[in-house]
Design a protein around this ligand. Structure first.
Ligand SMILES: Nc1ncnc2c1ncn2[C@@H]1O[C@H](COP(=O)(O)OP(=O)(O)OP(=O)(O)O)[C@@H](O)[C@H]1O
Ligand SMILES: [Mg+2]
Length: 290
């Protein structure tokens, strides 16, 4: 097939609108030099040694489709400007994380996902959003972002309207790339574990790429080998106090994550950038605001 045109990678802006990041196409189709305002172009395509003409959307109308798909992905408004370039690593683990995210974007779709683990304010959601933005707007991938505890709340509300959890999960299980934020958060109830299990199992079974961020550690609990497999009831008890992701989500989910993703864990002393920001904002003549 023909390769994407250079101008597909420009001509949009991303801004905060309400709770979400929204993309707008800055170039109008009416002024498009390629399609004379029709939104369609004729292209010569060569496939299996045969050439033929196809009619397809012009770069600008393709960008409009990408921008509206990006806006429907519901990235948090606060991360509208997140990018790989604005991420400043402060240790080797953060440097590895941004490199992994860049490589992921470069190799997509021939690649595994990643799990970012670390303390609060260390840029995990920043990197998830930077990656989704790149995939949706530069590569045209269908993406979605979900904060897991908000998904549980949405499903609970859906029950009152007669909707099943499966109906709400369905679109999330079908996007090309899904970012699940705050993995392990919640009460660890059987309902939450079953919901997460269903979502991850669907994505795992269909071979779809998933990205994760979590405040819980990726280390294995020391008693893991002796303890063996945990069923749901035992898991709910083990999960309550644990700071370890494998305990929070259980063996079935954790096992799938190991196959689906690369893991990066930021050290416990990685600086909380929200605190740094608020300090520099208060210091007179301090470093300029970002
Ligand atoms: N290494 C970094 N370089 C640039 N900005 C950063 C970095 N780390 C964090 N930030 C900024 O700090 C703020 C908090 O980052 P973010 O929300 O990604 O943290 P988080 O790791 O997801 O935290 P939490 O665990 O609380 O969800 C954001 O504005 C983000 O852009
Ligand atoms: Mg976060």
């Amino acid at each position: 097939m023909t390769s994407p045109r250079a101008c597909e990678t420009s001509g949009y802006s991303v801004e905060r609108r309400g709770d979400f990041a929204v993309a707008t196409v800055t170039q109008k189709v009416q002024d498009c030099p390629d399609c004379a305002g029709t939104g369609l172009i004729r292209d010569r395509v060569t496939e299996n040694g045969r050439s033929y003409d196809v009619v397809q959307p012009c770069p600008r109308s393709r960008m409009i489709t990408r921008a509206s798909a990006f806006s429907a992905a519901h990235l948090p408004a606060v991360h509208a400007q997140a990018s790989f370039d604005t991420f400043r690593p402060s240790n080797v683990e953060q440097a590895r994380a941004v490199q992994l995210a860049r490589e992921f974007a470069g190799k997509y779709p021939q690649t595994r996902g990643f799990v970012l683990s670390g303390p609060v304010g260390t840029g995990k959601t920043h990197l998830l959003c930077a990656t989704l933005k790149h995939l949706a707007l530069e590569l045209g991938a269908r993406v979605a972002y979900v904060e897991i505890s908000l998904l549980y709340a949405q499903i609970r509300r859906g029950f009152q309207d007669g909707k099943s959890g499966g109906e709400i999960i369905q679109p999330l299980s079908q996007v090309d790339v899904l970012a699940i934020d705050e993995l392990g958060k919640g009460r660890g109830s059987a309902f939450e574990l079953d919901t997460l299990d269903e979502l991850i199992a669907r994505r795992y079974n269909s071979g779809r790429v998933t990205l994760f961020a979590t405040n819980y550690s990726l280390k294995s609990p020391e008693d893991r080998a002796q303890r063996g497999y945990l069923g749901t009831d035992a898991l709910v008890d083990a999960a309550k106090e644990s700071k370890i992701l494998a305990d929070r989500v259980g063996d079935r989910i954790y096992s799938r994550l190991c196959e689906m993703c690369e893991f990066v864990e930021f050290p416990g002393n990685t600086a909380d950038q929200r605190r740094t920001k608020s300090i520099t904002d208060r210091v007179p003549n301090g470093p300029p605001r970002r």
